[in-house]
Every structure is written in structure tokens, then in C-alpha cells.
Design a protein around this ligand. Structure first.
Ligand code: NAG
Ligand code: NAG
Ligand code: NAG
Length: 300
């Protein structure tokens, strides 16, 4: 059977392709809504688009895949509204703008909008925006530690405690301006009396070394407490608080005699245990070696 080309179909597909290409290029739809909004504030959602008024057919706002607001130009009434959990939806005189009043945490969600043209029939959707309702921190975090000064070699333990917020803020510790390795920090969120608010405690434990003391013999520790964890595209945080404290470092050298003899004994012990481990000496020999070591230590 000879191969027959269905020309009508080819032309149709071709036309559709050109058509969808040009439509996609010409029409754009963008939802303008902040990523983070404050609890109990009013949020304005703008469905910004390039469809001209004479071909505009429909505008829809969508939350978590459910339609919350619909405008159809040729219908009476033209608008239709649905419930938004944790907020009061309010239309405006512009059909591409709606407001969410008095937002609670339940109003957080994924928002988008669709714009449809009448001729040709065509719908373009915006990107989704994950809007989150937050309660910012009311104060800078608090840094607490047990002593006003530390001696080189001691373990410095300090807490950075954020003020209550939602969600629990993320804390980053810095020593002399340098970010501290995460394995030196233990973080735990703590519930507060206030409804759904959380503080974060980040506990830093580090052995104080001579390197930590700056020229003035002080160690500077600071913590940044942020929502969200990482800065947004514009480099900013939705909520940023910070605190810095300075701790005196005393580099008292151990008295030379005790320091060196302690050191020698430790080396001897390490060497002996090294021999035992590598050569697998019998228990009998081990006990002799330990006895010898004992003598050695007593003698020296
Ligand atoms: C809508 O988009 C236009 C074109 O990009 C822009 O100039 C305008 O600022 C936008 N308006 C809003 C409210 O986002
Ligand atoms: C840090 O917080 C923990 C847990 O709340 C507490 O047990 C510890 O004593 C605190 N340490 C300091 C130095 O405040
Ligand atoms: C931490 O806070 C200080 C200001 O207090 C700022 O200069 C620094 O850039 C912040 N660091 C990060 C990683 O956000």
C-alpha cells in the first residue's frame, strides 16, 4: 500500500505549532505576591498579565490547586469567590487584584493565577508562589555563657536563644566573624507559651584555643537568627536579628615543669599501647610492660 500523506492534518499541526509558539511568546502572566507575609496583615495578590482588555475572557486565582476567585467578563455577576482558610478574601475594583485580610497561618499555601483570552481561546498560567505567613522575632537573640572569661584549653559553652517567632528561626553561630562548623552546635526548638510560636536555642561548645583571642585578648561570638534559613533571591531575609558578645580569653601557660613531665608520661603510655596493639603481645608480657612502666613512672 502506498504511503499517503494526510496533508490536511500536516497543515493543521503546523498551524497549531506556530500558533502556540506565538501565543506563548506574546502572552505572559505573573502573580505578584510576597513570599513571606506577616501574621494578621493584609496581603495583595496581583495577577499581572499582557492580555489586552478587548480579548480578555477570564481571570482566576488559585490556592493549593483550588480556585479561590474567578472573573468572567461576560457573565453576571462576573465574579465568584470561594473560602480561603485563615483569611478573608476581598475583591477590588481591578479584576486582576484581590486582597487577603487578616491572614492566619492556615492562609499559607501555593498561589497562582490563570488568564484566558476569548479569541483565540487560550489560557496562560503564572508560576506558583509559595506564600508563607510568619511572625517575625520581636527582639535580637540572647547570648548566654557561664563565665565572663575563659582560659585557653577550656570548653566554652554558649547558648544563642531567639525570641519567639513562627516558624522557629534558624540560628548561625560566628566566632570572630567566621561561621562555626555545624558539628560544634546543637540546635533545638522550644515551644513558648504563646500560641504556635517557637524559640530556637543553638548551643555552641568549643575548646578555646590561643588562636581565638584577638589582639586585645578577646573572643567575639555572634549569632544571626533568621527566617528563612537561607537568604531569598534578593539576598535578604524575611526576618533577620543578630547579637554579638565579647569574651575575655586568658592564655595562662601551664608551669613548664609539670607541663613537660605530663607530656612525657603520656607519650610513653601511648607508645606502649601502640606496641601492644600492633604486635599482639601476650597478657603476660603486657603485665610486665605495665609493671615496668609503673616503675619507670615512679622512678622519673
Ligand atoms: C506588571 O508588569 C509590568 C511589566 O513587566 C511592570 O512594569 C509592572 O510593574 C508590573 N506591575 C506590578 C504591580 O507588578
Ligand atoms: C543552654 O541551654 C541548655 C538547654 O536549655 C541548658 O541546659 C544550658 O544550661 C544552657 N547553657 C548556658 C551556658 O546558658
Ligand atoms: C550575620 O550578621 C551580620 C550583621 O550582624 C552580617 O554582617 C552578616 O552578613 C550575617 N551573616 C550571614 C551569613 O547572614
Amino acid at each position: 500500500m502506498p504511503c499517503q500523506v494526510d496533508w490536511k492534518r500536516v497543515v493543521l499541526v503546523y498551524v497549531l505549532q506556530i500558533y502556540s509558539y506565538t501565543a506563548a511568546v506574546v502572552v505572559w502572566v505573573q502573580l505578584d505576591v510576597p513570599r513571606y507575609v506577616e501574621y494578621r496583615s493584609t496581603v495583595t495578590l496581583i495577577c499581572n498579565h499582557s492580555v489586552s482588555e478587548n480579548v480578555l475572557h477570564k481571570i482566576e486565582f488559585i490556592r493549593n490547586e483550588y480556585k479561590i476567585f474567578q472573573y468572567i467578563k461576560d457573565r453576571t455577576p462576573p465574579t465568584q469567590m470561594h473560602k480561603v482558610p485563615g483569611a478573608e478574601l476581598q475583591p477590588t475594583s481591578a479584576m486582576n487584584v484581590i486582597k487577603l485580610k487578616d491572614v492566619g497561618f492556615e492562609a499559607s499555601g501555593v498561589y497562582s493565577c490563570d488568564v484566558s483570552m476569548a479569541t483565540p481561546i487560550y489560557t496562560v498560567g503564572s508560576d506558583s508562589v509559595n506564600m508563607e505567613v510568619i511572625v517575625p522575632q520581636s527582639e535580637d537573640p540572647r547570648i548566654t555563657f557561664k563565665k565572663p572569661y575563659y582560659v585557653v584549653g577550656e570548653i566554652l559553652e554558649a547558648n544563642c536563644t531567639s525570641s519567639p517567632a513562627h516558624p522557629a528561626p534558624h540560628i548561625t553561630w560566628f566566632i570572630n566573624g567566621k561561621e562555626v562548623d555545624v558539628f560544634l552546635v546543637r540546635t533545638f526548638p522550644i515551644k513558648t507559651r504563646e500560641n504556635q510560636l517557637m524559640s530556637t536555642v543553638a548551643q555552641l561548645s568549643i575548646e578555646v584555643s590561643a588562636l581565638h583571642a584577638g589582639e586585645n585578648g578577646r573572643l567575639e561570638i555572634s549569632c544571626n537568627s533568621t527566617i528563612p534559613t537561607y537568604p531569598m533571591q534578593n539576598g535578604q531575609y524575611a526576618d533577620f536579628k543578630s547579637e554579638t558578645k565579647s569574651i575575655k580569653i586568658i592564655s595562662v601557660p601551664l608551669t613548664p615543669s609539670t607541663a613537660s613531665s605530663c607530656h612525657r608520661e603520656n607519650v610513653v603510655l601511648l607508645t606502649i599501647s601502640g606496641i601492644i596493639a600492633t604486635n599482639g603481645i601476650t597478657n603476660y608480657l603486657q603485665s610486665i610492660v605495665v609493671k615496668l612502666l609503673g616503675l619507670n613512672l615512679i622512678v622519673s
